[in-house]
Design a protein around this ligand. Structure first.
Ligand SMILES: Cc1cc2nc3c(=O)[nH]c(=O)nc-3n(C[C@H](O)[C@H](O)[C@H](O)COP(=O)(O)OP(=O)(O)OC[C@H]3O[C@@H](n4cnc5c(N)ncnc54)[C@H](O)[C@@H]3O)c2cc1C
Length: 357
């Protein structure tokens, strides 16, 4: 059993950002990560994925992401950056370690891994991301559908869809980017809850971050944010999406009422046949290992006071990097820094109180 001040669960960009500030705090800590390699969810993203902001707007604390030859860095550049970042700051990442359970152990927390190892910690920073929890909406008959079904979490490239009839479900950036790629080789139909919101061509993901920053400032100042309605997930018009618009494949229709063996059916009698459905319907936070503490609600969320879990019995867990519900833009590279800094500052005060010199 290892005894440390802080255990960070998750070694993606959020966990590493916490590690950067923990290193400077002087507290003892370890970062436990379920992956075999560095890079968190970026390892599983599709091959052609590019960031939607330039490198200068895609850095975690301390060392900036090196400039890219392209305006928008590729996925492989993010992976290199996170790997080098770990080395540069000599972050104590232990992998692969999957945490399966956290239990109270006196004033401390026992963090248990699937291989039987246990860490005892005064505080836990939970930075497990969402990639391991793909979300699939329920549709009547979907279990009878004969075609291929893939979530964007497992989408690699367009090759399996050549010459097929493919439905892309989901109106966010993943849906738009996968649609743009698959539509070059397949007959695609884009299915979205409502008409997608496209950003103007001349701006990029920086605008989404600026909107999130305004929301964060407004929260701090106790006023309403001055941002467009629902404007945090608007679609960034990266070159492939602009090209899809030029080819006339960026139109969308609303969801079906039910699935059939061969495809989908709408209430007005419309029927469409598909060979494959790609679900770009998002993710949920990976929090199963916290469930025994009684802090996870029916929606799979946790009540937080900013980033700290709101619980009288377990006051020593902080959540980092899940996006809007626990920090606007905290699920982006450039956005996670301010939350990591604040979380480590709070953890530091807590640990100092828990173990006075
Ligand atoms: C299509 C798309 C495009 C994007 N583009 C951008 C962009 O341009 N710019 C940007 O900044 N962001 C972008 N993002 C967002 C960003 O990539 C992710 O939100 C980011 O990976 C989240 O980082 P994280 O550290 O919170 O989680 P992750 O990267 O998921 O890391 C979490 C780590 O925790 C580990 N873990 C999970 N559960 C456990 C457990 N029980 N025990 C131990 N370890 C565990 C996981 O294995 C993983 O290694 C994009 C996302 C998508 C889907």
């Amino acid at each position: 059993m290892q005894d440390v001040d802080v255990v960070v669960i998750g070694g993606g960009q959020a966990g590493l950002s916490a590690g950067y500030f923990l290193r400077r705090s002087g507290m003892s800590f370890e970062i436990l990560d379920a992956e075999a390699e560095s890079g968190g969810a970026w390892q599983h993203a599709w091959e052609s994925l590019h960031l939607f902001s330039p490198a200068s707007w895609s850095s975690i604390p301390g060392w900036p992401m090196p400039a890219s030859k392209q305006t928008y860095p590729m996925r492989s550049e993010v992976l290199n950056y996170l790997r080098e970042y770990e080395r540069r700051y000599e972050l104590p990442v232990v992998r692969p370690v999957r945490v399966t359970r956290i239990a109270r152990s006196g004033e401390k927390l026992a963090v248990e891994a699937s291989d039987g190892r246990v860490w005892l910690a005064k505080a836990v920073i939970n930075a497990t991301g969402t990639w391991s929890q793909p979300y699939l909406p329920f549709y009547e008959g979907v279990d009878k559908f004969d075609g291929l079904q893939v979530h964007s979490a497992n989408y690699v490239n367009a090759q399996p869809y050549v010459g097929k009839r493919v439905a892309i479900v989901g109106g966010g950036n993943s849906g738009a980017q996968i649609l743009a790629e698959v539509s070059t080789v397949a007959d695609t139909t884009w299915i979205t809850q409502r008409e997608p919101e496209f950003l103007p061509d001349e701006v990029d993901g920086r605008v989404l971050f600026e909107r999130a920053t305004e929301k964060w400032r407004a929260q701090q100042e106790g006023r309403e944010p001055n941002v467009p309605e629902g404007g945090f997930g608007d679609i960034v018009m990266i070159p492939s999406v602009r090209d899809a618009r030029t080819r006339g494949v960026l139109g969308s229709i609303r969801p079906p009422t039910r699935f059939t063996e061969a495809g989908m059916q709408w209430d007005d009698g419309t029927v469409r046949e598909f060979d494959a459905v790609i679900w770009c319907t998002g993710f949920r936070a990976a929090l199963a290992h916290l469930s025994e503490l009684g802090v996870v609600d029916d929606q799979g969320l946790i009540d937080v006071d900013e980033s700290r879990v709101r619980s009288r019995l377990v006051p020593s867990i902080w959540l980092l990097g899940y996006g809007d519900w626990n920090g606007a833009a905290s699920a982006t590279l450039v956005g996670v820094t301010r939350y990591a800094r604040e979380v480590v500052s709070q953890v530091s005060s807590y640990v100092a109180e828990a173990s006075p010199a």
